[in-house]
Design a protein around this ligand. Structure first.
Ligand SMILES: Cc1cc2nc3c(=O)[nH]c(=O)nc-3n(C[C@H](O)[C@H](O)[C@H](O)COP(=O)(O)OP(=O)(O)OC[C@H]3O[C@@H](n4cnc5c(N)ncnc54)[C@H](O)[C@@H]3O)c2cc1C
Length: 494
């Protein structure tokens, strides 16, 4: 039986394991940590449960399709509900808006709360949908590094919407051209952060992202985000995938330009196919030290990272929902701080996620589990202890002011995650959340491919390679990788 070794049990690695076991491989996943999930893990602080990393779930069919691929009924393992409203937005001037799931209702709310013409919102969402439909087949669902991609009918679709793609403008400029209201522009610019980018630099093409949330929908997995990883690992184990925890891969073994297997502290493991779900930078630097690395690709600027305060809050806030955004007063300044000055703005936008709104058992009675996140630069040697302390005060002042309640005395449990911890726990280079940023027109083409052209049998999946970071894109990276790996049952040369 042909063997596949997967390095890392992040969401990309788990999806890759399922795809390859279905293709007939004997699959072993090597994970450095004591359990699976990578950035997607959960933990308890006293009686409060927290999802440590991702909190927004889009394109759930990409999870369902893994169960279907294995001939299983997805709902027997995993279920989710469509959110409505999706997000509660708060601005420093006191205005508030609920982003409803239905486009019409969302547009009506924008007209009522912000005075933005309803028709303009509907037009922006329709444009986002056109962009997505015109580009997804080419940019998100296939390898950009295979000639066959450019011969597919999807390329024609992309070419027909070329004038609309926004390649010659930025996300912000495109949004500012569409709306006069700065709050609406800010709301749409925020989607750049979904892949760790800067709306003032990223191409207008990224305005496809609102389509995912507002037209297709945002969802909540029953049991929290961790349920995604948990249910997929259950499936993988049933299919025979072996998970070896606390066994970091130390080297990818190669011979004459072909993978032979992996080396761990426990010895060598032979494999016909090796898939790295580890960030691509340390994959080359640590696991392939004797091979030339694709320096141009590895030098691409990293995405932003995050600073998270997990707070167990003694109190209930009925005006808050699962997803809440407290915007900064000057968005341009905020991104200037993150991407150019490489520090945290003194007035950051604060994202507040509260899963106990959906699952009351995630917090004790009369309490809420607050996941309070600020976008920050990736690590470049900043004084994180100082930034964590200063930003904590800023965030507390901001939330206390905007919610009209002194928050600090309500915190009864606390833990912090910063870029250094993100890197040390998952080997994500510089603690970047999404690999490289998408701040240039060429960024999509400069991500590492899902295969190695120098080493036969070596493949890549996960947030640092094509098509990018975020749960849906990691799942797509595993799908693209799976399409490239030959069936284990197919005879060589046939
Ligand atoms: C705070 C935060 C908030 C986020 N919010 C969202 C969100 O709301 N929505 C969304 O879609 N995405 C979000 N993301 C991004 C999302 O979590 C990631 O894109 C995704 O989880 C990355 O998965 P991955 O498969 O690339 O691998 P990772 O999760 O990075 O896992 C890689 C795994 O490989 C293991 N590993 C590394 N090196 C080795 C080795 N040598 N040997 C063995 N194992 C190794 C690591 O231990 C780790 O378990 C967020 C991320 C963070 C951190």
């Amino acid at each position: 039986m042909k063997k596949a070794a997967i390095i890392g049990a992040g969401i990309g690695g788990i999806a890759a394991a399922i795809r390859l076991v279905v293709k007939g491989y004997e699959v072993t996943v090597f994970e450095a940590n004591e359990s699976f999930g990578g950035k997607m893990h959960e933990f308890w602080l006293g009686k409060y449960r927290f999802d440590a990393g991702p909190s927004l779930f889009t394109l759930p069919h990409l999870v369902d399709e893994l169960f279907e691929l294995a001939g299983r009924e997805p709902s027997a393992y995993f279920s989710y509900t469509r959110l409505d409203p999706i997000t509660h937005y708060f601005w420093p001037d006191g205005s508030r808006l609920k982003a409803y799931a239905a486009a019409d209702k969302f547009a009506e709310e924008a007209e009522q709360q912000l005075g933005v013409p309803k028709q303009d919102v509907l037009q922006a969402l329709a444009k986002s949908a056109r962009l997505y439909k015109g580009t997804a087949g080419t940019f998100l669902q296939k390898s950009l590094h295979k000639a066959s991609t450019y011969l597919s009918p999807d390329v024609l679709k992309t070419l027909t919407c070329l004038p609309d793609l926004g390649l010659t403008t930025t996300m912000h400029k495109a949004n500012a051209k569409q709306f006069q209201d700065q709050r609406m522009v800010q709301l749409l610019d925020r989607f750049a952060t979904y892949n760790g980018s800067d709306p003032y630099q990223a191409p207008g093409t990224l305005n496809i992202i609102p389509h995912l949330e507002h037209n297709i929908g945002a969802f909540y997995p029953k049991g929290g985000m961790y349920a995604i990883a948990n249910s997929l690992v259950k499936l993988a184990e049933e299919l025979g995938v072996a998970f070896r925890y606390k066994e970091p891969v130390e080297q990818i073994i190669t011979l004459s330009g072909k993978v032979m297997g992996v080396q761990t502290g426990n010895g060598n493991y032979n494999a016909d196919v090796v898939v790295s779900n580890m960030d691509v930078v340390p994959t080359y630097r640590r696991l392939l030290p004797n091979h030339p690395a694709p320096e141009q690709t590895l030098k691409q600027p990293r995405s932003s990272s995050a600073l998270i305060y997990y707070w167990g809050i003694k109190g209930l806030f009925p005006e808050l929902h699962l997803h809440n955004i407290f915007f900064s007063g000057n968005y341009k300044e905020e991104f200037e701080h993150i991407f150019r000055r490489k520090t945290i703005s003194p007035d950051p936008t604060v994202y507040l996620n509260i899963t106990s709104k959906m699952e009351p058992q995630d917090a004790p009675e009369g309490c809420e589990n607050w996941f309070v996140m600020v976008n920050v630069p990736h690590d470049e040697g900043q004084d994180w202890d100082k930034l964590i302390a200063v930003t904590r005060e800023t965030v507390l002042n901001k939330l206390s002011l905007m919610l009209g309640t002194d928050i600090a005395p309500l915190i009864e449990q606390e833990k912090v995650l910063d870029p250094l911890l993100i890197e040390s726990r998952t080997s994500s280079f510089a603690g970047a959340l999404y690999g490289s940023s998408s701040n240039s027109r060429m960024a999509a083409f400069l991500r590492h491919p899902n295969f190695s052209s120098a080493i036969d049998g070596l493949y890549f999946c996960g947030g640092s390679v094509h098509p990018g970071g975020g749960i849906p894109l990691c799942l797509l990276s595993a799908r693209i990788m799976g399409d490239l790996v030959p069936d284990a049952t197919r005879k060589q040369g046939v």
